[in-house]
Design a protein around this ligand. Structure first.
Ligand SMILES: Cc1ncc(C[n+]2csc(CCOP(=O)(O)OP(=O)(O)O)c2C)c(N)n1
Ligand SMILES: [Mg+2]
Length: 274
């Protein structure tokens, strides 16, 4: 899974550098979670993406679409070289996911707050029909400013939708500042517990912790919210330190740092150290 995370991060960085701008911060912070989901936990059918037995993934924080695209390409939903068409005219990879355009994308997202509502609806359908499919959804910590998310959480807990695992990417930043200064969320673990969830906080850059948290979720008698303690732009130290790392159009210094990260990842993957 660590190896897969490195491959996702590498393809993601190459894709965004090819485009010349993008949501580096929020894409990088979910790489490890995507690696664990698509590398281990999800039943997927890259040759037949809409297979009825598939598990579902909803990227509610849709601006991190490029991280999902890198993952889907590496799993064989579409060719890797398609990543270079990100955001171009006529592309099948718009900057925010579109389920009508991209194989493997289960829901169109980007308007924050809506993905988690749809995920709860998909989970409810499978729950009442006694279908075994699992549903995974990642929401952003800033996204939780949207009241709609909390309506969805109430619905999920009320109906005991244990087939849905919610991840909150707590990277502590939103578009233009920190979550604590813009609209303090306080403690997401306590909050989700009081909303009726089993909830725990783990290191969101540690694939083993993510894996164990998902396994823990399977054995609960209530739905689970996994709080991912992450760093915005995780995995590229220079960008982690950059104050405004939500949407970046890399300047000379940024580009040099990203190139170093790309070379390091390539070297680690080539040496089999990953
Ligand atoms: C309804 C809605 N309002 C505003 C935006 C613009 N927007 C895009 S990303 C973002 C910040 C989201 O913060 P967070 O969920 O913390 O994302 P992350 O830190 O994971 O990038 C905003 C306000 C949007 N996409 N949808
Ligand atoms: Mg955030």
């Amino acid at each position: 899974m660590e190896n897969f995370a490195k491959r996702i991060r590498l393809e993601l960085l190459k894709t965004l550098m090819h485009l010349g701008f993008g949501h580096f911060g929020g894409s990088l912070s979910i790489v490890e979670t995507l690696a664990v989901l698509y590398g281990k936990h999800m039943t997927i059918y890259p040759e037949n993406p809409k297979h009825p037995n598939r598990d579902y993934f909803i990227l509610s924080k849709g601006h991190a679409g490029p991280a999902l695209y890198a993952t889907l390409a590496l799993k064989g939903f579409f060719p890797l070289d398609m990543l270079d068409t990100l955001n171009q005219n006529g592309t099948h990879l718009p900057s925010h996911p579109d389920c009508h355009l991209t194989p493997g994308v289960d829901m169109t997202t980007g308007s924050l707050g809506q993905g988690i509502s749809v995920a709860s609806g998909i989970a409810y359908y499978h729950h009442v029909n006694h279908l075994p499919n699992k549903i995974f959804c990642i929401v952003g910590d800033g996204e939780l400013n949207e009241g709609q998310c909390w309506e969805a959480f109430q619905f999920i807990a009320h109906h005991q939708l244990k087939n849905l695992i919610v991840f909150i990417d707590e990277n502590k930043k939103q578009l233009d500042g920190t979550t604590s200064t813009i609209c303090n969320p306080f403690d997401f673990v306590q909050k989700m517990q009081s909303f009726g969830f089993h909830s725990l906080r783990i290191k969101g850059n540690d694939v083993n912790q993510i894996d164990l948290a998902i396994q823990e979720a399977y054995s609960q008698d209530k739905p689970t919210a996994i709080i991912l303690d992450t760093i915005k732009a995780q995995g590229v130290p220079y960008l982690e330190q950059k104050e405004d790392n939500h949407h970046i159009r890399p300047n000379k210094e940024d580009s040099a740092a990203i190139q170093i990260a790309i070379s390091q990842l390539e070297e680690e993957l080539n040496n089999g150290n990953a």
